[in-house]
Design a protein around this ligand. Structure first.
Ligand code: 6PG
Length: 223
């Protein structure tokens, strides 16, 4: 694991946005389309704002979420709405969004229709992950109903996921799909997340799911 500590969040977001832009541009030099897989939640918005202003051949970039809460875009908890409002604007409006949500009652009913387009984005060129203080990433929560399958070699690309204390059903890329990434970054801020990250390193991913990604990841942190 590579751990990068920044003097403040502003420096972090600008530096990380530039680094990701460099990786996307380098990938675009050698292939027609590239994929960029991103977290939802509250932390990545400022990185999305910075990235959306950078010059990249966005019309050749497929953007997809790590995971989605099974709520319509009108919900303030929709990660898709976050992407549309914060990343897929400005220069990045030209990127193609690969959806992780359909207007059907459950993720199980939406999975199959969503799967082929997600599969077509693999291997992921650039992966950005978030993390909760419970050490979950994407919707790979400790104690989640399908965590074992999602962490296994026989995992499908997408799974429905339910976990104790998690408000709504989720859909998530499996660890196997996420681990196809050629570049992996983890974005965390605050002392509590740093402590959780340090506690997760080297642990069994069943207890600390972020641990499945740390050996190949660069972690970006500011207080
Ligand atoms: O839909 C989600 O919730 C995310 O994709 C999730 O994995 C997120 O990255 C972490 O929960 C951290 O969330 P915060 O940035 O809000 O702390």
């Amino acid at each position: 694991m590579d751990f990068v500590e920044y003097p403040d969040r502003e420096v972090l977001l600008l530096d990380l946005a530039n680094r990701i832009a460099g990786e996307l541009r380098a990938a675009l030099d050698t292939r027609e389309r590239v994929s960029f897989c991103v977290p939802g939640g509250t932390t990545p918005g400022p990185v999305f704002d910075a990235l959306s202003d950078l010059s990249i051949d966005w019309d050749r970039v497929d953007v997809l979420l790590n995971d989605e809460r099974w709520v319509p875009e009108s919900s303030e908890r929709s990660n898709t709405a976050l992407l549309k409002n914060r990343l897929l604007v400005g220069k990045a409006a030209a990127a193609r969004l690969v959806p992780l949500y359909r207007d059907v009652p459950t993720p199980e009913e939406g999975l199959e229709a969503l799967m082929p387009a997600v599969e077509a984005t693999l291997p992921i060129n650039v992966l950005l992950l978030g993390m909760g203080t419970d050490m979950h990433t994407a919707s790979l929560f400790p104690g989640a109903d399908q965590l074992e399958l999602a962490l296994s070699d026989r995992a499908p690309v997408l799974l429905a996921m339910r976990a104790p204390g998690v408000a709504e059903p989720r859909i998530t890329l499996s660890a196997k799909a996420l681990r196809t990434a050629l570049c992996t970054h983890v974005l965390i801020v605050g002392e509590d997340k740093r402590a959780a990250l340090e506690a997760a390193a080297g642990r069994d991913p069943k207890d600390a799911p972020i641990a499945a990604f740390l050996p190949e990841a660069t972690v970006h942190w500011a207080a």
